[in-house]
Each structure stands twice: as C-alpha cells, then as structure tokens.
Design a binder for this molecule. Structure first.
Ligand code: ZN
Ligand code: ZN
Length: 351
C-alpha cells in the first residue's frame, strides 16, 4: 500500500510502498476513503510534545482524522461488518478501564493515538484495534470527506462546547483562533444557541467564521486589547471562551475575555515556543471566580448525539472543509501550516 510517512522532523514526508496491514484478532482493516490533515499532524511533524507524551517515534504514518471502509475483520469482531463505512476517534481506547467504563474513553488509561503512537491514515489502508469499541458507523447522508473531521477537529470542538464548556442557549461564547477546530467550535456554539465572537489575526478566516454563525468578529491584528473588545461586544464578557490555538497570547486573551464566573476551555496544544508552560493571570482567576477547563477529543459515548445532529443537518462538518488533496500533497500542506497559511480543513481523498 502507498503511505506518506514522517521519517525526519520538519522534512518532507516520504512516499513509500509498505505491505498491506492485517487485522488484529479484535481489530479491522480499513481502506481509507478520507483522511484529514490536522494541526496535531503539524505538531508531530515539527517534533513537538517532548514536554508531553514525547515526540512521536519515527518512522510514522501520520493521519488521525479518518473515514474508511472495513475490508477485513479479525475473528473476535462482533459488531463491525466488512463493507461498512466507519470513522474512528483519534484516541483509540481499551473499553475496559475505569475511564472507558464510566463514559470517558477520551481519557482511557491504555489510549493509543492514531497516527501518533501507531500508524494512521495517510495511507491506503489502516488497521484499527478493538474495533467493536473504536469504530463508529458514519450515517449514509454524510460524505466521507465531511465525516473525516469527526475523528478529531469537529468532535473536539463538540466536546469543548457541549461537554466541557456546557454552553447553554443565550450565552456568549468567544472562540480564539478560526482554523479548522475554531471554525468547528463557532458552528457548534452557534447551533447550540449561543452568540459567538470569533477572534483571529486573518480577516479571511474571520469571514469564514461569520459564515459559520459568528455574530461578531475581532481582528486581533489590528486590535490593541482583544479581551476589552470581547468584553464590550458581549456586554461584560463571554460566559465561555475557547482557546483553539494554544499560544501564550490566545490563552491569556481567552481567560481575560470572560465575564465573572466564566469558563475558559483549552483545546489548542502548545508548540515549542511555549513548550506546555503558559503563565495565567491567577489573581483575576481568583477574584472573578473563573474556571479553566481542559478538553481533549470527545468520549466515544457522545458520538451518537454528535452524529444524529450531523445526520439531521443541524451540524455540517462539510462546511468547514476547504480543499481536498491527493496523498502525495500531504507533506506540502503540513509545510503551509507553519505560517497558518491554510484555512478551514484540508482532507486527503485520493490515495
Ligand atoms: Zn480504557
Ligand atoms: Zn487532530
């Protein structure tokens, strides 16, 4: 099978021919139909996260936002049929630990990160372990390209808004960063009945945020005090503020955008510049009774709710997809992400 592999941090991906994978006894093999190119892939390519779980081991086939058709299943697989079309949460889980059993499989003690700790979907085929737990059927009404982001960015935004952020109708939500996950958060928060303020440095991305339902936008490239702008637009601050970037500026701006009692939800992971350490205005946190909440992926158990909203058309991940590319262009797209040159979501759909 053809794969695009990371062989050296920051260098072009290598296009290679590898043996087709076979399923594990409890796993399946998917013929990959669509594979999103996520900023986490850029972080991995860049050699980030030595301060977290460690740089990813090389060589590695990236790709954790996939939709595929099941082409082979191990003898222990019960509920996933050959021929069905599925997506996979990027955080592959065991289904048996205390977190999985209490509905928090995104915190699994035995998590394997697709395309990070095992080979992923920048490939014609990918094998998925524990398929009965980790494969999620894609509704017929949703195209494979549209559904691929449900493996990471779209579902991450869904969990941040509806799960960790507990956004309620009528609340103000600020979204810092209007890339793929940020635009997803804008759309999902607007659909949840919130008034959304999107913040970015790029007017083009802010225009996309308006299309996804942002009531207001703040161009951070020409706004001296972003939190003050959000406070003014929302008449006292956001109830929930999402950092979809992971930089010192966006984290602090997000916290300071909140009204008293507000919730900051962190989605973006940091890059080498901050290396996982960002100072918070802690006295403001205390005196305004702010909450700082992490949000990672989306538990398997809330996929039915997410997919039913997508199936009914209330949520539209396809609206965030901006381009599709062949496998051979994946490395180039990663390089373009270095200066935030891409917009929305890019999906590999030709292998
Ligand atoms: Zn588990
Ligand atoms: Zn991702």
């Amino acid at each position: 099978m053809k794969v695009a592999q990371l062989v050296e941090y920051g260098s072009p991906l290598a296009l290679r021919e590898l043996a087709d994978p076979a399923p594990e006894p409890d796993g399946v093999v998917l013929a990959v139909l669509a594979s999103g190119i996520c900023r986490s892939d850029w972080h991995a390519w860049h050699g980030d996260w030595g301060w977290l779980a460690g740089q990813i081991p090389l060589p590695r086939t990236l790709g954790h936002e996939i939709v595929g058709e099941v082409v082979a299943a191990g003898p222990e697989v019960r509920s996933v049929a050959v021929g069905s079309r599925v997506t996979v949460p990027f955080h592959l889980a065991c289904g048996a630990c205390a977190h999985c059993r209490s509905g928090h499989a995104n915190l699994c003690d035995h998590m394997q990160a697709l395309g990070m700790s095992r080979d992923g979907g920048y490939a014609e085929f990918v094998d998925i372990p524990n398929a009965d737990f980790n494969c999620v059927p894609v509704p017929e009404s949703v195209s494979s390209v549209a559904a691929s982001a449900i493996g990471c960015r779209f579902m991450t935004a869904f969990h941040a808004i509806s799960g960790q952020g507990r956004v309620r109708p009528g609340e103000w939500v600020a979204v810092h960063g209007a890339g793929g996950v940020g635009l997803s958060a804008v759309q999902i928060a607007a659909a949840a009945g919130a008034s959304v303020i999107a913040i970015d440095l790029d007017p083009g991305k802010l225009a996309l945020a308006e299309k996804q339902g942002a009531s207001y936008t703040v161009d951070a490239s020409e706004t001296a005090d972003v939190p003050a702008a959000v406070q003014e637009l929302s008449d006292g601050g956001a109830h929930v503020s999402i950092d979809a970037v992971g930089s010192r500026t966006t984290v602090v701006n997000s916290v300071l955008s909140l009204r008293k009692g507000g919730r900051h939800v962190q989605i973006g992971l940091t890059s080498s510049e901050d290396a996982g350490q960002i100072a918070l205005p802690i006295d403001v946190l205390t005196t305004r009774e702010l909450s700082v909440i992490g949000s990672h992926g989306n538990p398997h158990s809330s996929y039915p709710q997410l997919l039913s909203l997508v199936d009914s058309g209330k949520l539209a991940p396809q609206d965030i997809v901006r381009q599709t590319v062949p496998l051979a262009r994946a490395g180039q797209v990663l390089a373009e992400m270095s200066d935030f040159g891409t917009s929305g979501i890019t999906v590999i759909d030709r292998f």
